[in-house]
Write a protein that binds this ligand. Structure first.
Ligand SMILES: [Zn+2]
Ligand SMILES: [Zn+2]
Length: 140
């Protein structure tokens, strides 16, 4: 099926695929496929974990991917476009927490986002164990 319009990275080239509302040319399509091959096997969705480095090069996304993973779980799309994946989800921990309210430990619930004090790593609360006389045990 032909796609109308031009590649978002190559305005001179016609688009051949559309991923999450953005159009890409044949060259980008091939670049994405090559970068996807470099990803570890358990990564899904694969298109999301590659990005355009410029100069016709697509590479796997660097870093732990923690913010990206949480963003997908909770469909968070805050931050600048350059800091989002092909599906429009946030990569960066700092963007992830924009507009969110901090809760104290006794109000934490499953599904809340945990962010470490340095704000460079995050996760989602998966389990809370109440321990009598002690702070709740939280698993990420
Ligand atoms: Zn292109
Ligand atoms: Zn993504």
């Amino acid at each position: 099926m032909a796609i109308q319009g031009k590649c978002i990275h190559h305005p001179g080239l016609s688009a051949t695929i559309e991923v999450n509302g953005k159009k890409y040319c044949q060259r980008c399509e091939t670049g994405q496929q090559q970068a996807e091959k470099l990803l570890p096997n358990d990564i899904e969705p694969r298109k999301c974990f590659v990005w355009y480095k410029g100069g016709n090069v697509w590479t796997p996304i660097r870093g732990t991917g923690c913010a990206h993973w949480v963003a997908h779980q909770k469909n968070i799309t805050k931050g600048a476009p350059i800091h989002k994946c092909l599906a429009g989800c946030t990569y960066k921990v700092v963007d992830l927490i924009i507009g969110r309210t901090k809760v104290t430990l006794d109000k934490v619930a499953v599904g809340h986002i945990y962010v470490n004090p340095k704000v460079d790593h995050c996760g989602m609360v998966s389990k809370i164990t109440k321990l009598p006389g002690k702070p709740d045990k939280i698993e990420i």
